[in-house]
Structure formats: C-alpha cells, structure tokens
Design a protein around this ligand. Sequence first.
Ligand code: ADP
Ligand code: MG
Length: 373
Amino acid sequence: MATRVAVSDGGNKKTSRVRVAVRLRPYMNKEDEKSEGPCVRGLDSQNLEIINWRNATETVKYHFDVFHGEQTTQQEVFLSSVKPILPHILNGQNASVFAYGPTGAGKTHTMLGSSEQPGVIPRAVREVFKLVKAKDESDGWDYSIGMSYLEIYNEKVLDLLSPNSHDLPIREDKDKNILIPGLTHMNITNFADFDKHFVPATLNRTTASTKLNQRSSRSHAILLIKVVRTQQQLPHRQQTGKLYLVDLAGSEDNRRTGNQGIRLKESGAINLSLFTLSKVVDSLNSGTSVRVPYRDSKLTRLLQDSLGGSAHSVMITNIAPEYKYYFDTFSALNFAAKSKLIVNKPFTRETVAVPVLPVKRSREERETGGSGT
Ligand code: ADP
Ligand code: MG
C-alpha cells in the first residue's frame, strides 16, 4: 500500500512533508477594543477551534501536527518543533523553520524573542554550537560554522550583513545546491560571535508602518546557519548542512490595511512570495507528484534545497485570539491545515460571558519555571 509520507520510489528523491505547528499567543486586552474576548482556543496538543462567523453557535475545528497553546513557553516551542531537526545539519542535511502569520500574532516573538524570553533563533544557534562541541576527535570530521543574514523585500534579495548591498541573484550549482554569489558569509566560533553580527544587522531590516501595526514587518528576514564538515583523512570529503530560520512578512490581507502606492506594491510582492510558499507547502504535503512551484518567487527559489525534498522543515503558524484578527486567523489556519471540521457548539456564550481563559501568569514566572537556555 502506498504511504504519503517520506516515500522513496525507485531512486527518486525523497519527499518530506512540512511539519505544521500552530502557536496561539496570549489574549491581550489592548488588542480587543470591544471586549469581545477570544474567538479561538486550543482543545489539546493537536487541535483548536475558532468561532464560525457564518453561525456563531458553531465552531470550526482544526487539526495540526502540533498545537502550542497560549501558555506554551519559548523553551517548549523550541524543544518540540526545532531541536529535533538540528542534528541533521551536522550530517550535511538541510532544514528550515518558518514563522508564518498575521502581523501582531507573534512571529518575531517566536523566532527572535527578547533577552528575557529568547526565541527559536538564539536557542537554535546555541544548540548547534553545543552539538558541534559534543563531537570528539574520533568522529573523524572537523566542523566549521558560518552565518549569512538576508531579507527579501519587494522580491529583492538584500544582504543584512552588508548594509549597502543591492539585489543579489539566486543561483543553482550543478549539484542543485542553491547559492547567492556575493552574499556575506561570516565564520562564527561561539554564540557571542553570532550575536555580534546578528544584533546590529537586525536593526537594518526594512520596516514601515501600516494601519495594522506600527512596526509591521514588510519583509521576509532569513537567517542562514551553515555547518561545513571536512573529513580529517584523505580524501577530505566535505559536507554542508544548511539551516534557514525565517521570520516571514505578515500574512494579513493587505486590501484591508489601507495600503496605497508603494505599500500596495510591496504588499503585492510580499503576497507573491507568501502565495508561492503556500503553493509549495501544499504540493509538498499533498503527496502527489505535481510540480512544486519553487521558481515562482524569490523566497521559495532560495529555499528550494532546504524545503521539502530531503530537507527537514517546520512551519510555525502564529495566530492571535482577538476578534480583530479573525479573518487573518482564519486564512492563516486554512493555509496551515487542509482538513477542518464544523462542530455545533456554543463557543460565544462561554467565552464572552465568562472569561474561559485563565488569568495570565506573568511571563517571567513561566519562563523561569522552565529550564532556560
Ligand atoms: P509579529 O512579529 O507576528 O508581528 P510579534 O512577535 O511582534 O508579532 O508579537 C506582537 C506582540 O505580542 C509583541 O508585543 C509580543 O511581545 C507579543 N507576543 C507575541 N507572542 C507572545 C507570546 N507567546 N507570549 C507573550 N507575548 C507575546
Ligand atoms: Mg514581526
């Protein structure tokens, strides 16, 4: 019997699914002017439900590989969605982690976090250094770690480690590795090294305000961590593993944010990369042999060798619980999940009359309760 996941058919390349996790950020009073309460809530570690706007006595239930509820800590997200794929980078395999979702739903919190609550990026970089250190001489390989950091803005590829760079080309070599000639590559030997390059570069990101969020990010920020290992003995074989950590542009429908002129053009370009990403993820996860349209946008072209195929990929879809995000949440969930179920259940009454969700514990309390980095 045919299976849909990671089948290798007579020499053809393996096709891996993109694992899909959803993270619901905590409910925020300031995001809910009408005090309507949350319109979405978790059910268990794989399922959530959202009110059906066509009929408020119904909810729509979604199923994912993982559901991270609003109480989930940064450490828990890292442990369940990212840490398991990191050892592959040391074996010359590729991986990618994305944060998808509307502006304000927690993508940057998930990927970058803060100094008190570091996100996926600092945790993953520390872990890669730790894994390399744990390899001893008898392993037979020497390891080196490097980084590049870029953004895709208006379908242009910009080097964040070289502030005045112009649009860079994306190429493919004879072994089907994707590369960007001219992109800065920094060797890094420890976490402090990484931070020294990463922190100022993050400030170079192009941001512009929109009606939805003052600090709305209009570009895709892409951090690449490369692990090259070289055999100590002849013939000194070399293998390269790439890890892409991506904070995507907001997935909101820009027709509703009042964008005009240049912003509208940006929105169109952002939507091209996000739209193509959704087609790529769809065709990877549907298990059919349709052409995967990697070449249709810069983002997917860049990620071609690290998304699907033999790569390990995770998409963390960030969503917000307030009604003002309702339609963007719905569309983000529909992108993330291909199956849904309409359930007859009076969600509204429970959540509006009585606060269903527990009072927020302070984040510090929860974070320090975990094991930290
Ligand atoms: P995005 O990058 O998707 O636009 P942000 O990461 O900037 O969203 O999150 C929006 C706001 O919500 C920020 O103030 C952020 O600190 C907060 N936030 C997001 N996710 C969480 C979370 N899981 N726990 C606590 N605060 C969060
Ligand atoms: Mg952001």
